[in-house]
Design a protein around this ligand. Structure first.
Ligand code: CAA
Length: 264
């Protein structure tokens, strides 16, 4: 029933009155290589979930073999500088992920290479199956990462490992990615989706106001000097004391009962 051809989209029932979005990249013949139709559909699905007040968060996943093996090389091969620049290759429909203010959880199994690794890194947290492989192999194609790989990877894993991965084009496995801080958890491949469901269910039980404020504040850490980031955090912290959800959350704790948030 999905109106999309390159992704599978579902609304899953969460805790309380909230739901969460589930998006699975689905171009199995090309290992979910990211072409314009796929990225347009991904953007549309993300924005539809973003606009739905009953959606608390979004899970983005691929198949067991590949999260995504990169931008579509067949699509990119004929480009020259002029049309890549004019058309904004790897920007027009790749930046949508950055507009989403709700948490996006990447659940990665198999290959997350090039643009696939970059899409995962543009999500808010990455959980990985034990068969996941991460890398920036663009160097082998005579190009460099073009969707954040040279910027988000060093922030996630430090300069030395980012240089290692981008300069050699080698893949790292899930255990190395977890040690390096790129992924937050590694689980057996068979449990990946259940683990993503569990995280999404947990978030569905919280106030969407606080989830969005946490995301916004953590992301400031990558944009602002510490003093400005701390000030930004303090302002949001104070602002949340004007919400019903703060009264409910603290009231429920003191009354020793579970909270029931109204997201206002
Ligand atoms: N673009 C287009 N097609 C791709 C693709 C990609 N990135 N990755 C895989 N495919 C296609 C293959 O061409 C193949 O298609 P056919 O069956 O029609 O030949 C199909 O998917 C299956 O792939 P393989 O037969 O290669 O599968 P494998 O298991 O032998 O190897 C792999 C898997 C190691 C991931 C290998 O497919 C591979 O190296 N892929 C390319 C990875 C890559 O270079 N990614 C970076 C792209 S550049 C980029 O992403 C730029 C950016 O920063 C935004």
């Amino acid at each position: 029933s999905t109106p999309y051809e390159n992704i599978l989209v579902e609304t899953r029932t969460g805790a309380g009155s909230m739901n969460y979005g589930w998006i699975a990249l689905n171009r199995p013949k090309a290992l979910n290589a990211l072409n314009d139709p796929l990225m347009d559909e991904l953007g549309a699905a993300l924005l539809a979930f973003e606009a739905d007040d009953r959606i608390a968060c979004i899970v983005l996943t691929g198949s067991e073999k590949a999260f995504a093996a990169g931008a579509d090389i067949a699509m990119m091969a004929p480009f020259n500088f002029a049309n890549a620049y004019r058309k904004g290759l790897i920007s027009r429909n790749w930046d949508t992920l950055r507009q989403v203010r709700k948490p996006v959880i990447a659940a990665v199994a198999g290959f997350a290479l090039g643009g696939g690794c970059e899409v995962a890194m543009a999500c808010d947290l990455i959980i990985a199956a034990d068969n996941a492989r991460f890398g920036q192999p663009e160097v082998k194609l005579g190009i460099i990462p073009g969707a954040g790989g040279t910027q988000r990877l060093p922030r996630a894993v430090g300069k030395s490992k980012a240089m290692d991965l981008a300069l050699t084009g080698r893949m790292m496995d899930a255990a190395e990615a977890e040690r390096a801080g790129l992924v937050s958890r590694v689980v057996p491949a068979a449990d990946l989706h259940a683990e993503a469901d569990k995280i999404a269910q947990t978030l569905c039980g919280y106030s969407t106001l606080t989830l969005m404020a946490i995301k916004e504040s953590v992301n400031r850490a990558y944009e602002a000097p510490l003093s400005e980031g701390l000030l930004f955090e303090r302002r949001l912290f104070h602002a949340l004391f004007s919400s019903n959800d703060q009264k409910e959350g603290m009231g429920a704790f003191l009354e020793k009962r579970p909270p029931s948030f109204t997201h206002d």
